[in-house]
Design a protein around this ligand. Structure first.
Ligand code: GLP
Length: 259
C-alpha cells in the first residue's frame, strides 16, 4: 500500500487524473470503477478538461459505479446517476451502454446484483477503481461490519453515514437509508485502486485503513490485502498516521527509481 501525502486536494486530483489519462492512452477501452461524493470531483474536472482539450477519448471506456441509493429515481437530484451525469458523463461523450450502476430496482434485486458482478467480469475486470472513504472507514457503501468477502448487494446505511451525507439533502427531503454497493470482495478484484481522502474528519479512518489491523469494523482496512493500492491524502487526513515520514521517504525513493 502506497501512501502519498499531497499538499493540496488539487495536487492529489492532478496525480490521480494523470494516472487515469495515461492508462486511457494505453488502453482506449479502459474499465473504470467510479466513486461519488465530494472527494473525486477534482479528478472528474480534470478528465472533462482533458476531453474538452481533445486530449482524452472516452468513446470506448466502460464504467462501473460503486454504489447507488435504493429508492431514488435516476433523475433525482441526489441520485448518484445524476451526480455522475453532472460531474463527468454529461461532458465526455461516453456511450450510454458503456455506463453501469449497481441495480436499485426491479423484481429480483439479488439476481440483478449477480448480473452486475458478471458484467464486471465480462468487461475483463476493473482496471482502475477510484475510491473515497467515509469517516467511519466505509468504501462504497460497505459499512462497518461488512464482510471483507462481500459482493454487490443492498446495505443499510449507518447513522454516521446518514448524518455525514445529510448535507446534500434539503430540510425535510427524504434521505434513503438503503443503497446497493459493490462488495469489498468486488472492490479488491480491481487491478489498481486509487483512494483519495481529504480533511481531518477522515484522519481516524485513514489511520485504521493504513496502520490498523484488517477488520470489517474499518472496511477500508481490507485494502491492505490488495497488491496495488495508492492512497492520496492531504495533511488533515494524514494527521493520525504514525509513519508519515517513512511514507514520504518511500515516495521520494519511488520517484528516484522511476526517473
Ligand atoms: C458516500 C459514498 C462513498 C464516498 C463517501 C465519502 O458515502 N458512498 O463512496 O467515499 O460518501 O464522501 P465524500 O467524498 O463526500 O466525503
Amino acid at each position: 500500500m502506497r501512501v502519498i501525502e499531497c499538499s493540496t486536494r488539487d495536487e492529489a486530483a492532478e496525480l490521480v487524473a494523470g494516472e487515469i489519462l495515461r492508462a486511457l492512452q494505453a488502453k482506449p477501452d479502459l474499465v473504470l470503477g467510479l466513486a461519488t461524493g465530494s472527494t473525486p470531483v477534482g479528478v472528474y474536472e480534470r478528465l472533462v478538461a482533458a476531453h474538452c482539450a481533445g486530449d482524452a477519448d472516452f468513446s470506448e471506456v466502460r464504467t462501473f459505479n460503486l454504489d447507488e441509493y435504493v429508492g431514488l429515481s435516476a433523475l433525482h437530484p441526489q441520485s448518484y446517476r445524476t451526480f455522475m451525469r453532472e460531474h463527468l458523463f454529461g461532458s465526455i461523450q461516453i456511450q450510454d451502454h458503456n455506463v453501469r450502476f449497481p441495480p436499485v430496482d426491479g423484481f429480483d434485486l439479488r439476481a440483478a446484483c449477480e448480473q452486475y458482478e458478471r458484467a464486471i467480469v465480462d468487461a475483463g475486470g476493473i482496471d482502475i477503481q477510484l475510491l473515497g472513504i467515509g469517516s467511519n472507514g466505509h468504501i462504497g457503501f460497505n459499512e462497518p461490519t461488512s464482510s471483507l468477502a462481500s459482493r454487490t448487494r443492498v446495505k443499510t446505511l449507518t447513522d454516521k453515514t446518514l448524518g455525514d451525507n445529510a448535507r446534500f439533502y434539503k430540510e425535510g427531503e427524504m434521505q434513503p437509508e438503503l443503497a446497493t454497493t459493490m462488495g469489498i470482495g468486488t472492490i479488491l478484484e480491481a487491478k489498481r485502486i486509487l483512494l483519495q481522502s481529504f480533511g481531518e474528519k477522515k484522519a481516524d479512518a485513514i489511520h485504521a485503513a493504513v496502520e490498523g489491523p484488517i477488520s470489517s469494523f474499518w472496511p477500508a482496512s481490507a485494502l491492505q490485502l490488495h497488491p496495488d493500492t495508492a492512497i492520496y491524502v492531504d495533511a488533515g487526513s494524514a494527521a493520525r498516521l504514525t509513519m508519515r515520514d517513512y511514507y514520504r521517504r518511500v515516495e521520494r525513493n519511488e520517484r528516484g527509481m522511476s526517473s
